[in-house]
Structures are given as C-alpha cells and as structure tokens.
Design a protein around this ligand. Structure first.
Ligand SMILES: *[C@@H]1O[C@H](CO)[C@@H](O)[C@H](O)[C@H]1NC(C)=O
Ligand SMILES: *[C@@H]1O[C@H](CO)[C@@H](O)[C@H](O)[C@H]1NC(C)=O
Ligand SMILES: *[C@@H]1O[C@H](CO)[C@@H](O)[C@H](O)[C@H]1NC(C)=O
Ligand SMILES: *[C@@H]1O[C@H](CO)[C@@H](O)[C@H](O)[C@H]1NC(C)=O
Ligand SMILES: *[C@@H]1O[C@H](CO)[C@@H](O)[C@H](O)[C@H]1NC(C)=O
Ligand SMILES: *[C@@H]1O[C@H](CO)[C@@H](O)[C@H](O)[C@H]1NC(C)=O
Ligand SMILES: *[C@@H]1O[C@H](CO)[C@@H](O)[C@H](O)[C@H]1NC(C)=O
Ligand SMILES: *[C@@H]1O[C@H](CO)[C@@H](O)[C@H](O)[C@H]1NC(C)=O
Ligand SMILES: *[C@H]1O[C@@H](CO)[C@H](O)[C@@H](O)[C@@H]1NC(C)=O
Length: 267
C-alpha cells in the first residue's frame, strides 16, 4: 500500500514536470551516448512533433575565408560558444582537423547540454563544405522546449566566380512545440550565418556584380525582395532579403522571438 502511494506520488511529480517542460519522461535528457529516440507514428517520439527549417544566407567572402571560420568542428566561436568550451570524443581530429562520421562534440549553452554527432563531413578545397550531424535530445529550460534532430545540415558553396559563399542551413527536427522550435532554430542559424560575415569584415552581400567592382560600399540595393532559387534554376545567388523558410510559414516570424535574441545570439 505504501509502495503504491509512493509510486503514484512519484508519477504525479513526473507528470507535473512533463506538463511544465513538455518532456517525455521516457526520454533521458541528456542522452549521454548521443543517441536518438525511436520514431513514433508521426516520425517523432511521443510528445514530439516534426518540422523543418531552412536558412539561406550569402556572405561576400571566399569559400576559403569562410572555411577559416567554420572548418573546425569543435571551434564554434562563430556560433557563440567561447574558445575551448566545446569538447569532442575524437581527440585525434583536434590536431588533424579531419572530422569523420561518428565524431561527437559536446557543449553547454543556456542550460542545455548539446551532443552533436557527425553523419556526413566533406571539406574539399573548392567546396562545397557539407557538414551534417544529429542533435541528441536536449531541453532549453528558458524556452520550455525539448528537441532533437536526425538531420542538421550545413552546405557552404562557392558562388560569384569564387567571390562569395552561399550557405544553406537545413534542419529536420522533432520538438515538443514545433512552431517554437522552428522559430528558435531559425534565429540561431541566421545569427550564426550573419556572424560568419561579421568575423570576415561585416560586408553584406547584394549581387555578384557589386563584388566585381570591389568597392567597400556595395553598390546594389538590398531592397530587392529575393526569391529562393527554384529547384530547376542554376546557382542563382539570392539577396539576403529572403533569408529563409520554415514549414509553417516562419517568414517574418523571427521578430516574434525577440525575447530569445540573447539566447539565439548565444546558441
Ligand atoms: C511547456 O510546453 C508544453 C509542451 O509544448 C506545454 O504543454 C506547456 O503548457 C508549457 N508550459 C508552460 C509553463 O508554458
Ligand atoms: C577558433 O576560430 C576563430 C575564428 O573564428 C579563431 O580566431 C580562433 O583562434 C579559433 N580558436 C582555436 C582554439 O583554434
Ligand atoms: C580546433 O578547435 C579546437 C578548439 O575548439 C582546438 O583545440 C584545435 O586545436 C583546433 N584544431 C585546429 C586544427 O585548428
Ligand atoms: C550544396 O549546395 C549546392 C548549391 O545549392 C548544391 O549544388 C549541392 O548539390 C549541395 N550539396 C549537397 C550535398 O546537398
Ligand atoms: C537546402 O538544403 C536542403 C538539403 O539540406 C535541400 O533540400 C534544399 O533544397 C536546399 N535549399 C536551397 C534553397 O538551396
Ligand atoms: C508553441 O509555441 C508558440 C510560439 O511560441 C506559442 O504561441 C504556442 O502557444 C505554443 N504551444 C504550446 C502548446 O505551448
Ligand atoms: C549589413 O547589414 C546589417 C543588417 O541590415 C547592417 O546593420 C550593417 O550595417 C550592414 N553592413 C554594412 C557594411 O553595410
Ligand atoms: C579590387 O580587386 C582588384 C583585383 O582583384 C585588386 O587589385 C584591387 O586592389 C581591389 N580594390 C579594392 C579597393 O579592394
Ligand atoms: C564518439 O565516438 C564514436 C567513434 O568512436 C562513437 O561511435 C560514438 O558513439 C561516440 N559518441 C559519443 C556521444 O560518445
């Protein structure tokens, strides 16, 4: 009798926590081995919902310059993690900088313990740089959000005859609140891309032509309402006026996350 009572008290406590944080009590967070939960009928574990977010951003800097900022899996200064705050279980790659599938990186940010494991890593001298990793389940307490991802991809491709670099951040994820997750991930990835440009000098991309007449003030206007290239178009550079898309129409939604600006900058 006593055991039953204690158990139901525990159950109550657990469901109270779940209601507050949206955490599925079957999922251990952090999953220290970096593993992902088994998918349920909607593709996600119980209590989680699937979504996708894409951020497209072009920086007016060469692929080589971009790689000098992003080309080390454990150096996330461009993503707001201070030097040497990111660890890895592939210590050999720290020296060789030759990252391989299975390599995990670990860092803590805003109360979340992040574990990201590489599934694809390609870094040819002329690009594109392809880095795809999984994101083990984590909780961001301040955002009341738990999420994980089996596909968190970056593609950095040289464009404008080598004078600029086109970035595509695409994540497929499961979150306790898909709308909130998409908005937050969008802010984070956009801030990351903008930071790469800032680190390299802070010029904004407008058009390839503006880069030909290499004046420091871009001559093109940035008011063009950019379009995402259609799947049939060749590598048409787009202006950063259109920085992304999200399932659920996240366009113009980032502003709604002003409260998370610091969080986004930090992540
Ligand atoms: C936290 O998120 C869960 C799942 O989205 C939701 O059910 C709950 O109401 C939220 N709690 C608060 C305090 O906002
Ligand atoms: C990390 O990358 C930045 C450039 O983004 C560089 O200034 C810094 O020295 C690098 N840190 C380490 C420890 O390599
Ligand atoms: C990669 O970054 C880590 C710190 O984040 C640093 O310890 C390591 O030396 C860097 N590797 C290379 C090859 O620059
Ligand atoms: C990377 O992006 C470029 C430009 O959009 C595209 O041509 C290429 O196929 C992409 N690579 C991968 C592996 O998605
Ligand atoms: C961005 O990359 C994803 C794959 O990660 C691809 O499906 C999508 O078409 C790309 N979008 C653009 C606009 O390049
Ligand atoms: C999910 O997040 C959105 C955006 O922050 C919010 O409006 C909505 O109330 C949240 N839903 C739940 C169930 O907490
Ligand atoms: C680039 O764009 C940002 C945001 O619109 C702006 O704050 C910044 O001043 C611009 N930088 C330059 C060099 O024009
Ligand atoms: C413009 O580019 C040319 C050739 O790449 C270079 O010699 C010149 O110094 C550049 N001018 C400026 C103002 O950057
Ligand atoms: C990191 O190392 C690789 C290769 O040894 C393993 O396959 C991963 O399981 C391991 N990841 C974690 C989170 O420890």
């Amino acid at each position: 009798m006593k055991t039953v009572m204690r158990n139901s008290a525990l159950l109550l406590a657990v469901s109270a926590v779940s209601a507050q944080t949206g955490v599925n009590p079957d999922i251990t967070i952090p999953a220290t081995d970096g593993s992902l939960p088994a998918p349920g009928s909607n593709g996600c574990a119980e209590g989680y919902f699937p979504s996708t977010d894409t951020v497209i951003f072009t920086v007016p800097y060469t692929y080589k310059e971009v790689l000098s900022i992003i080309g080390n899996y454990t150096n996330l200064t461009w993503s707001g993690s201070p030097d040497n705050s990111v660890t890895t279980n592939n210590s050999a790659a720290l020296k060789s900088n030759d990252w391989t599938p299975g390599s995990a990186r670990f860092y803590d940010i805003d109360g979340a313990h992040v574990i990201e494991t590489i599934t694809t890593y390609e870094k040819p001298a002329d690009g594109p740089y392809i880095e795809i990793h999984t994101l083990a389940p984590l909780t961001i307490p301040a955002a009341n959000l738990s999420a994980y991802s089996d596909y968190d991809a970056q593609n950095w491709t040289s464009i404008c005859g080598g004078k600029a670099t086109y970035a595509n951040f695409t994540i497929h994820f499961c979150a306790t609140n898909a709308t909130l997750g998409a908005g937050l991930l969008h802010s984070i990835h956009l801030a990351d891309a903008v930071t790469v440009g800032k680190f390299l000098g802070g010029n904004n991309f407008t058009t390839c032509e503006a880069l030909e007449s290499n004046s420091t003030t871009p001559s093109g206007s940035s008011t063009t309402s950019g379009m995402l290239p259609s799947s049939t178009s060749s590598m048409t550079p787009i202006t950063n006026a259109a920085v992304g898309q999200s399932v659920g129409g996240i366009f113009g939604f980032v502003g709604a996350f002003a409260g998370f600006a610091a969080l986004a900058a930090a992540l």
